[in-house]
Design a protein around this ligand. Structure first.
Ligand code: NAD
Ligand code: UGA
Length: 478
């Protein structure tokens, strides 16, 4: 019999758990939704009266939080209570690449998932449907089932609790999460138990049409998530590789993208050349796939997918190198404006952002970076660069060793004064309104603008006297 779900608990209040549960709460006012996390600071940020200070920035999220929070949506650190009273528990915790031990650098570290499974086994009462929302290696559901069976039996409420495990990977993309959640291309449910599948299906049916809810076996569901990310990332490495050919042959990547994207078999999305893909998942999920392939002896398949990551790393350093080359081979004492630090526009997330490696490269070459981003905080940039922000009058000021450094600025009005170059790394809309003719007068001549996102139309810079480089633009070679 289909279990009518009255209460859901999601473990993990991050970029997926927070927005996903907010949308479920909004679309299902009859369901009580709890989002729990062991990180107390994060939960208090989710509970912040000032909703402009939520831990995740997503267009549209604030509105839903204001509407549902403390009605049928609660953020809490009370993991035990929330799990024990819920009919369905989503696991939405981080699954980063393992840093040490077997599979280090490729395999996913499942320690947070395992810890969750143990918490669920320990605290659950009665029947609980456990839903994998995190992206996981194929056959992780088996591990979760084992833990639930063994730990569940050992717990104080011995033999009284039962479980079903489903896979329900998330396909949202950051910056567009609310729209993706409200209008998904598909919802994927992998599992064996029909009643459990129907219970989850029924939740999504509150706003997703029947034909968009796909059912598969649990392993296909797990593998489909890794495959989707691998295919998407592969398109970006493909177009970035062609951007390099464009620059050396006189072709233009925007024209090539349009021409190939009009073929309905290829499609026009995900063909924008950029500074290299970032985000917390593409690299880790491909490396996870590579690890699985190697584990099963499929070395050619592993090499094929690993190439996507290799190309991405190469492409990022290609951009750093060409900036150095165009600025006469040295960045020492040069002031370079970095426009954008998040891995894409409309998010405050910097995980694996191309800006991190590119900024590190430029600092290594002695540049004095001034970093601007409308949503990323300076403390996050310091963590990502592994370097404190330069303070006036500190040791860096003397700069005898030509050490590079960085400072943060949120003032686009004055940021360009005395700059040798500006580098657009994130496609924030506000950068397309910069008046380059005006700013060229404030910049150090001859100055450069490097546009790794094709945000600027070359005509806008024509009368500025600025040198201009755009990703995949071979016009110098025409
Ligand atoms: P995140 O790091 O933003 O959030 C994970 C949260 O889980 C953290 O706040 C952490 O404190 C919490 N946590 C970890 N272990 C816990 C435990 N035992 N008990 C309570 N809380 C615990 O991660 P994220 O970006 O939300 O990603 C979560 C999963 O979703 C990953 O597997 C990721 O691959 C996948 N995913 C992410 C995205 C995305 O856009 N970020 C999209 C689709 C899928
Ligand atoms: C990606 C997928 O798009 C989601 O479906 C998936 O759920 C998610 O990963 C995940 O599993 O974490 P996300 O990383 O949030 O979402 O953002 P994307 O829009 O995919 O962008 C990823 C990176 O590729 C960004 O750095 C972006 O700037 C870059 N990109 C994207 C390009 O360089 N060109 C493009 O045409 C598209």
């Amino acid at each position: 019999m289909v279990n009518k779900i009255k209460q859901i608990c999601c473990i993990g209040a991050g970029y997926v758990g927070g927005p996903t549960m907010a949308v479920i709460a909004d679309k299902c006012p009859h369901i009580n939704v709890f989002v729990v996390d062991k990180n107390k600071d994060k939960i208090s940020q989710w509970n912040n009266e000032d909703t402009s200070r939520l831990p995740v920035y997503e267009p549209g999220l604030e509105k839903i939080i204001k509407k549902c929070r403390n009605k049928n949506l609660t953020f809490s650190t009370e993991i035990e209570t929330c799990v024990s009273t819920s009919d369905m528990v989503f696991i939405s915790v981080n699954t980063p690449t393992k840093k040490r031990g077997f599979g280090a650098g490729k395999a996913s570290d499942l320690k947070w998932v395992e810890a969750c499974a143990r918490q669920v086994a320990q605290y659950s009462k009665g029947h609980t449907i456990v839903v994998e929302k995190s992206t996981l290696p194929v056959r992780t559901a088996e591990v979760i089932k084992n833990i639930l069976d063994i730990d569940g039996k050992d717990s104080k409420i011995k033999n009284t609790c039962t479980f079903n495990v489903l896979s329900n990977p998330e396909f949202l993309s950051e910056g567009n999460a609310i729209n993706d959640l409200e209008n998904p291309d598909r919802v994927l449910i992998g599992g064996e138990d029909k009643d459990a599948i129907d219970s989850l299906h029924e939740i999504y049916r509150n706003w997703v049409s029947e034909e968009k809810i796909l059912h598969t076996n649990i392993w296909s569901s797990e593998l489909a998530k890794l495959t989707a990310n691998a295919f998407l990332a592969q398109r970006i490495s493909s177009i970035n590789s062609i951007s390099a050919i464009c620059e050396t042959t006189g072709a233009d990547i925007r024209e090539v993208s349009r021409a190939i994207g009009s073929d309905s078999r290829i499609g026009s999305k995900f063909l924008d050349a950029g500074p290299g893909f970032g985000g917390s998942c593409f690299k880790k999920d491909i490396l996870n796939l590579v690890y699985l392939c190697e584990f099963f002896g499929l070395n050619e398949v592993a090499n094929f997918w690993e190439g996507v990551v290799t190309l991405n790393n190469w492409h990022q350093s290609r951009i750093s190198e060409l900036i150095v080359k165009k600025l006469y081979g040295t960045l020492s004492e040069k002031k370079i404006i970095i426009l954008g630090f998040s891995f894409k526009a409309n998010t405050n997330d910097t995980r694996e952002s191309a800006a991190i490696q590119i900024c590190k490269d430029l600092i290594e070459e002695g540049a004095q970076l001034i970093i601007h981003d409308p949503k990323v905080e300076r403390e996050q940039i310091a963590l990502d660069l592994g370097l404190e922000e330069k303070k006036e009058n500190n040791a860096y000021s003397d700069n005898y060793d030509n050490l590079g450094n960085w400072t943060f600025s949120n003032n686009l009005e004055t940021i360009f004064n005395g700059a040798h170059a500006a580098v657009i790394l994130t496609e924030w809309n506000e950068y397309s309104f910069i008046d380059w003719e005006k700013e060229s007068l404030n910049m150090n001549s001859p100055a450069w603008v490097f546009d790794s996102r094709s945000l600027l139309a070359p005509e806008k810079l024509e009368d500025s006297g600025l040198n201009f480089w755009r990703v995949g633009d071979g016009s110098e070679k025409k």
